[in-house]
Design a binder for this molecule. Structure first.
Ligand code: TMP
Length: 230
């Protein structure tokens, strides 16, 4: 086949993939986790774009959401002391409940790849670091869909804070202070769920993306095998 033919056939394939998205029975649920400043959002967008180009229907979303509970949570970034630890936890759970019901569960049952920037492992790590019992946090999250893959991007807390200040030109908020992030990082590093994949977030954006995509390709292949077997 001539190069021109092969290019036009690739374009035809891409176009038809875009017209008829590749749907996955029960969807695929991927979450990005880690402390602040690891590059989660950048990696989420790179992954979403690559999967869309491959023809998947992708829903990219995040927590806290922009809904009413998410907005209350964002007010806490300025004054965390405004609510008790228990109330803070309940706000994250209420935000997630609405997010799952309105966005995540419908998209998964439509066969989409849902990619979420933070989910319940963030609650275990951040509200755990804030003094709440980690088993209690997991219990409060047990009715929500379990991710097929949780990518924890790992980075030294000081490096994360440096990135927040220098790349985002922001001041770390009260969740992002170094002593707090050390505790949060310690909890993330002790997690043992079998759907967790750890990736070094201090590598280049391109290398991190290669590892992320490798992990995603593995779960996509597992899903395809399960489909054939069932
Ligand atoms: P981000 O939008 O920059 O990721 O900020 C969200 C902040 O909210 C981040 O500091 C982590 C925190 N957070 C929790 O404390 N608990 C949670 O369950 C979630 C989803 C986020």
């Amino acid at each position: 086949m001539k190069t021109g033919d092969s290019q036009s056939s690739q374009l035809d394939e891409l176009e038809s993939a875009q017209k008829d998205p590749q749907l996955i029975p029960d969807g695929l649920f991927i979450v990005f986790e880690g402390i602040d400043g690891t590059g989660k959002s950048t990696q989420l967008h790179l992954l979403a774009e690559r999967l869309r180009q491959l023809g998947y229907a992708v829903v990219a979303t995040r927590e806290p959401t922009n809904g009413p509970y998410g907005q209350k949570i964002r007010e806490l970034f300025v004054d965390r002391g405004a609510v008790s630890q228990e109330e803070e936890l309940e706000l994250f759970i209420a935000d997630r409940d609405q997010h799952v019901k309105e966005i995540i569960a419908p998209a998964l049952s439509d066969g989409c790849v849902v990619i979420c920037d933070r989910y319940y492992l963030s609650t275990v790590a951040y509200q755990g670091a804030n003094g709440m019992d980690q088993d209690l946090i997991l219990k409060k999250n047990e009715d929500f869909p379990v991710p097929d893959l949780a990518i924890i991007l790992e980075i030294e807390p000081a490096h994360g804070i440096h990135r927040i200040r220098n790349q985002r030109h922001e001041h770390p908020n009260t969740f992002e202070e170094e002593a707090n992030l050390q505790k949060v990082a310690g909890i993330f590093s002790a997690m043992q769920q079998d759907y967790i994949e750890r990736i070094n977030g201090s590598d280049s954006i391109e290398n991190v993306h290669r590892f992320v995509f490798g992990a995603v390709a593995k779960v996509l292949a597992q899903k395809a095998t399960q489909q054939v077997e069932s």
